[in-house]
Design a protein around this ligand. Structure first.
Ligand code: PLP
Length: 404
């Protein structure tokens, strides 16, 4: 008799573990061996959740907000989200056009599960946040990448978008300010993108605006649904409290979009996880209605660190670095470092070789750009303290200095 083991679905084979997590795991293993590892791999704010938000959660728990919440979000949080969209984005959403999910990540999962059939194409500007292509593939979708060039500040051009669209395109993803490059689209950029999308009326548009508050040097964030109101019946505007309010662990993301799409996404979520933790929802409502100064303080800190890191990187021979206008990442180019050998004897053929050797030899964890669809670059998260960032840049300089 043949002995076989229980197997796995084909879709989980396609669901590779993101490189960001893989790097963090490797860094943790080195730390466990007693090394002082500096981690610039994860996009997690180093600030604490504002105390007033934590108090609101405490009050909600004591008040008995401990029962199953509605699948699409509590009325109180949805009202706070509607106020936020009106105040900050110039967007008007009725309660039936809003839903709350377990982080922005579940918004994407719900939306793709509700709309993608096998073979549908999802246009994603590259470099991209790793979860978009992974989620698309999970449902049989085919990611198609639109190249964002360094010379354009990694912004998406109308020409690159147009070239990526085919009759099979189901979604176009926009993520500005961008993870991983920090690129911010100007009003004129978005108007040109809207012109392209108008010519393709059967395409859904996902605008992931989770980094909207983190824009620097006077740059302004614009929502595509506000720039092109005629497209709103196809736009899903995604946001969340993770990045703007240092609330990654609370797991609250949300979206505004056309009622029929929100209804189908709610159906997906109702069959998977139901409503988001009632206490987290009370906390998120307090965050959204809270003082804007807290966000401004964090933004100014990220801006200062970004300048410090970019200047330190630019001083390293063989490393280039665009000045990001948003988010909290730097995306240095390392083309001139490839084809060389590290002090530890490692031949660096790809940016992944560079990132792995840097971790093993200098104990600095970052993620190679090709994991985000564009190499040879590195993504360094600036969401950590000044001292760590300064020391990490010094170690990168020492690593590059040792290349022969
Ligand atoms: C571009 C982007 N969108 C969405 C998210 C989702 O964040 P969360 O699920 O914590 O809301 C992240 C997190 O890293 C992100 O970088």
């Amino acid at each position: 008799m043949t002995v076989t083991e229980p197997g796995f679905a084909g879709r989980t084979e396609r669901l590779a573990s993101p490189a960001t997590i893989a790097m963090a795991v490797r860094a943790r293993a080195l730390r466990a061996q007693g090394h002082q590892v500096l981690s610039l791999a994860l996009g997690e704010p180093d600030f604490a959740t504002p105390p007033a938000v934590i108090e609101a959660a405490h009050r909600a728990a004591l008040d008995g907000q401990t029962k199953y919440p509605p699948v699409d979000g509590t009325p109180a949080l949805k009202a706070a989200i509607a106020r936020k969209f009106a105040r900050e984005n110039g967007l008007t959403y009725a309660p039936a056009e809003l839903m709350v999910s377990n982080g922005g990540k579940q918004v994407i999962f719900n939306a793709f599960m509700a709309t993608i059939d096998a073979g549908d194409e999802i246009v994603i500007p590259a470099p991209y946040w790793v979860s978009y292509p992974l989620a698309a593939r999970l449902f049989g979708g085919v990611p198609v990448f639109a190249d964002c060039r360094e010379e354009d500040g990694f912004r998406l051009s109308a020409a690159a978008l147009e070239a990526a669209i085919t009759p099979r395109t189901r979604w176009v993803v926009l993520n500005f300010p961008s993870n991983p490059t920090g690129a911010v689209m100007t009003l004129a950029d978005l108007e040109a993108i809207a012109d392209v999308l108008r010519r393709h009326p059967r395409i859904w548009i996902l605008s992931d605006e989770i980094y909207e508050h983190l824009v620097f040097d006077g740059a302004r964030h614009h929502s595509i649904a506000a720039v092109a109101p005629d497209l709103t019946s196809r736009v899903l505007t995604l946001n969340g409290v993770s990045k703007s309010y240092a609330m990654t662990g609370w797991r609250v993301g949300y979206a505004g979009g056309p009622e029929r799409l929100i209804r189908m996404m709610t159906r997906v979520q109702g069959n998977a996880t139901s409503g988001v933790c009632s206490i987290s929802q009370a906390a998120a409502a307090a965050a959204l209605d809270g003082p804007a100064e807290l966000i401004a303080e964090m933004r100014d800190t990220y801006a200062r660190r970004r300048t410090m890191v970019v200047e330190a990187l630019r001083a390293i021979p063989g490393v280039t670095c665009a000045m990001p206008q948003g988010a909290f990442y730097a995306y240095p180019g390392i083309a001139a470092c490839l084809g060389r050998t590290s002090r530890g004897g490692r031949m660096l053929t790809t940016d992944e070789d560079f990132a792995l050797a840097l971790l093993d030899e200098q104990h600095v964890a970052c993620v190679h750009g090709s994991a985000f669809g564009k190499g040879p670059y590195l993504r360094l998260s600036c969401a950590t303290d000044d001292e760590t960032l300064r020391e990490a840049c010094a170690r990168i300089a020492a690593f590059v200095d040792g290349l022969v």
